[in-house]
Design a binder for this molecule. Structure first.
Ligand SMILES: [Zn+2]
Length: 268
């Protein structure tokens, strides 16, 4: 990364992280590596800009102890934008290596996914979803029950390759095995936490921090969505959410399963 041949022209500003023409720097700013625009920022704004810049370029690999420490501190930064960016980076890359190791071991045997909330229909409109999908790896049968249509059930049998692709997508792309942590579901259940050992309590501390900020919600009524997965290594997962919306990956799963039952879309 430090090779100079790809370095853009101009002078580097350590605050905004941009290479700018020499005239964008004052004499003093040149030596300090701070451009004229950034020199007008307050000290707090300068710090936030530098942090954001570092976060945006954070390495997507297993983190060193000092990187973890810094990232963890930034998740509590007094600047809300910095704290939010740090949390996004944390979620994206903290157990990156561990997640990848998990993916290699996990093959879904059966899956049940229920949705009882409003969902984007893919065309920008909200529609009430009240459906259950099931997937069975061995029989390659995918079912959908629409509770709005008096529990009418449909099923399709996928080809072997298609089923394997779908199950791989759910583990490798949607990372369904991490949804408890990613979406803070079932936070009081400690029986499914594959990463605690190797991380010297770092993750547990973080989990505790989150619990302080977000006490487990008292379930009101029935869950908006629920996922039950059984893997070939006999691990089981059962999680539900009482938020009144679908998070991004559950929504992606919903929309991709729904596609198997959309008769007019022929391009698949
Ligand atoms: Zn600058």
């Amino acid at each position: 990364m430090s090779k100079k041949k790809n370095r853009p022209h101009g002078h580097y500003c350590k605050i905004c992280g941009e290479y700018k023409a020499n005239e964008k720097f004052s004499g003093k700013g040149h030596a300090a590596h701070i451009c004229k625009a950034c020199s007008r920022l307050s000290a707090a704004e300068k710090a936030a800009a530098m942090d954001t810049n570092r976060l945006m370029n954070f390495p997507m690999r297993r983190l060193s102890e000092s990187e973890k420490k810094w990232l963890k501190a930034k998740m509590k930064d007094e600047c809300p934008e910095v704290a939010e960016t740090a949390r996004e980076v944390f979620n994206a890359c903290f157990p990156h290596a561990e997640r990848n190791a998990m993916k290699k071991q996990l093959v879904i045997n059966t899956l049940s996914f229920e949705v009882h909330t409003e969902v984007y229909d893919g065309y920008g409109d909200m529609e009430m979803a009240d459906r259950r999908f099931t997937i069975d790896r061995k029989s390659r049968v995918l079912t959908m029950t629409d509770f709005q249509a008096e529990g009418e059930g449909q099923s399709v049998t996928l080809e072997g390759g298609q089923m394997a692709k779908l199950l791989r997508y759910i583990v490798h792309t949607l990372e369904i095995f991490m949804w408890e942590q990613d979406y803070c579901l079932n936070p009081d259940e400690e029986d499914y936490d594959p990463f605690l050992e190797g991380e010297e309590g770092f993750f547990m501390e973080d989990l505790e921090d989150r619990l302080e900020i977000q006490p487990p919600k008292e379930p009101e009524g029935s869950p908006s969505w629920r996922v039950q997965v059984e893997y070939t290594n006999h691990t089981e997962q059962d999680m539900c959410s009482y938020n009144d919306y679908l998070s991004d990956r559950p929504e992606e799963l919903y929309l991709s399963l729904l596609e198997y039952f959309e008769p007019e879309e022929e391009e698949f």
